[in-house]
Design a protein around this ligand. Structure first.
Ligand code: SF4
Length: 495
């Protein structure tokens, strides 16, 4: 969609117009060249107004600016918000599409709710603020409230964990690469040499970070093994890895939760489950994504639906009592019928938690590069499926406990984690709400350093591919320790 923009002389105000337009149209190009669709702005100290000419019709919107702050950053924030409002308004009038998240384009809406909670703002005032400032719908505000409530029930000291850390460990191997994937996931077949050197690097990083934590009397709240698929490596390699974790990390027995993603059912074997049990892994993920065989084939997951079901039963029979399953709304060729089938199959298994993702077109994925090959549900159908997930989980005793949004997500929806109350993943809460530092170890692992005083966030990512990781893990470990020292005002060196 091409939109001609007139009267917007501040370059920085183009961005909110782009972001809001992207919510309505798949690809929006803003230009000053003559086009059939024209947005004409008029902005001054007290008002932002826009007139949209499209399809022979005209749509108007304006928003008063009560007070423009003196400070430049704040001033721009107010102007951007006003521009976002009027653009959202005219595009809603033109398309008839209601944006439930209003002008909010950020990834973690519940952070806003926590901010108000920490400031003890009255619930009604918070609701009014979210509606007035961001135009978020009542349903989504209620969803945010429910999530924040569950998170605080699960982690009552959520706001006081800034002097503990969580650890993310990235294992970058998978049996094959899924078409929508942009995670560091390298097909493991025939790469044994690379896997061994990767694991040596990983052991090194764990040891150094563990030393730092012990030396500084720092507790670990949660550990999460992700990737990739951490169960792609052999049972022996897993055994060595978890033994090493117990040896080098402080007080592993008191870590609140250790999760290992076993996402691909084709990697799960009885001997690996024995290892997970031996080292008291609390929670695993077995991810069906869909229960329709053709879909699995189309997205490049080379396992069968039966295998997902069998491996789930195997894990259960071997004592795994906290299993998460990921589902994706909007996979190619799937509509409400296929999604209903997925929910029916889920009902037979009843995992402790269920993460409902909406397909997102990430730039680097195979699916996005060959978008024409993949036919996906439209906005209305995606919304219906999300509603089905909400109703189904509610009916079966699950509650929503985290949510995040992504760019280019089908229907501008969200990803929601549901769980049977008491079985929510603490790590997921920590990563979503950014309440403490997460140290990323391993390939592609992103660290998030949260200043314990100010809450300021700094990100730092390890190399994404095993080759670069294997060459540079020492350097990356040193850098992280340097950042940790600075963050917690500590003097400590690795050598
Ligand atoms: S199993 Fe997960 S990490 Fe591996 S390729 Fe598929 S989506 Fe990516």
């Amino acid at each position: 969609m091409f939109i001609q923009v007139k009267g917007l002389y501040d370059e920085k105000l183009i961005r909110p117009v782009q972001l809001i337009s992207n919510l309505f149209f798949e690809e929006t190009v803003l230009t000053d060249e003559e086009k059939e669709m024209v947005m004409t702005f008029s902005i001054n100290e007290s008002k932002a107004a826009v007139s949209l000419a499209a399809d022979g019709n005209r749509f108007e919107s304006s928003r008063n600016i009560e007070e423009l702050p003196e400070e430049e950053k704040e001033r721009r924030k107010v102007l951007k918000n006003a521009v976002s409002h009027v653009v959202l308004d005219v595009l809603t009038q033109f398309t008839g599409i209601k944006q439930n998240w209003g002008v909010l384009t950020g990834i973690r809406p519940t952070k806003l709710m926590h901010k108000h909670h920490q400031e003890n703002t009255d619930k009604i005032k918070t609701r009014d603020y979210l509606k007035e400032t961001y135009m978020i719908s009542d349903e989504k505000i209620t969803l945010m409230e429910r999530i924040v409530e569950r998170q605080l029930a699960m982690v009552p000291d959520l706001y006081n964990l800034r002097r503990e850390v969580s650890i993310y460990i990235g294992i970058p191997f998978c049996p094959t690469k899924c078409a929508y994937c942009t995670f560091p996931a390298f097909a493991i077949q025939g790469k044994q040499g690379r896997v061994s050197s990767f694991l040596s690097g990983l052991h090194y990083e764990m040891e150094k970070i563990g030393d730092w934590l012990k030396h500084n009397d720092m507790k670990i709240t949660t550990v999460y093994y992700g990737g990739g698929t951490p169960t792609s490596i052999t049972a022996q390699e897993m055994d060595d890895l978890y033994e090493h974790m117990y040896n080098v990390f402080p007080d592993v027995k008191n870590i609140r939760e250790i999760t290992v993603e076993a996402g691909r059912p084709d990697t799960i074997t009885p001997d690996k489950l024995d290892v997970l049990n031996k080292w008291k892994i609390d929670r695993i993920s077995i991810n069906p994504q869909s229960y329709t065989q053709e879909t699995l084939h189309a997205i490049g997951r080379h396992h069968t639906v039966e295998e997902t079901i069998d491996k789930f039963h195997l894990a259960r029979s071997m004592g795994m009592n906290n299993i998460n399953m990921d589902l994706i709304i909007g996979l190619p060729g799937e509509g409400t019928d296929e999604f209903q089938h997925t929910l029916d199959e889920t009902e037979k298994l009843m995992p402790e938690s269920l993460t409902v993702h909406t397909l997102s077109f990430k730039r680097a994925s195979e699916m996005t590069q060959n978008r024409d090959k993949y036919k996906v549900a439209d906005r209305n159908e995606a919304e219906k499926m999300m509603e089905m997930a909400e109703n189904w989980t509610g009916k079966h005793g699950y509650v929503p406990y985290y949510l995040y949004r992504q760019k280019n997500i089908v229907g501008n929806l969200e990803n929601v984690g549901y769980a049977i109350p008491g079985q929510e993943s603490i790590y997921n809460i920590m990563i979503m709400e950014e309440m403490q530092t997460i140290i990323g170890i391993g390939c592609g692992a992103a660290s998030k350093f949260i200043d314990p005083e100010t809450g300021k966030i700094e990100q730092f990512a390890n190399p994404k591919d095993p080759k670069s990781y294997n060459e540079r893990f020492v350097e990356y470990t040193d850098k992280k320790i340097e950042k940790l020292n600075k963050l917690f005002s500590i003097e400590y060196t690795t050598r």
